[in-house]
Design a protein. Structure first.
Length: 75
């Protein structure tokens, strides 16, 4: 399914828009893109490569490694 030709181009969109209706991850009203990243680090929906993969990562590493994790492996 493709978006209507009258819809704005995909991208960052309007921050005040609730983004209720999306077609292929893009808001039909303002053009906000959900940025689904694919293997080549480009968005599947709008094609942008200006994405921060660390900021979009669901897992954040701990800021400080706990002391009990800093032990040598016993062999």
């Amino acid at each position: 399914m493709t978006r209507a030709p009258t819809a704005p181009p995909a991208g960052y969109g309007d921050p005040t828009c609730p983004h209720v209706t999306r077609t292929d991850g893009v808001c039909e009203r303002c053009g906000h893109c959900a940025h689904d990243v694919i293997l080549n680090a480009a968005c599947l929906y709008c094609g942008t490569t200006d994405l921060d993969p660390i900021a979009m990562s669901p897992k954040q590493p701990p800021a400080v490694i706990p002391a009990d994790a800093l032990v040598r492996k016993k062999s």
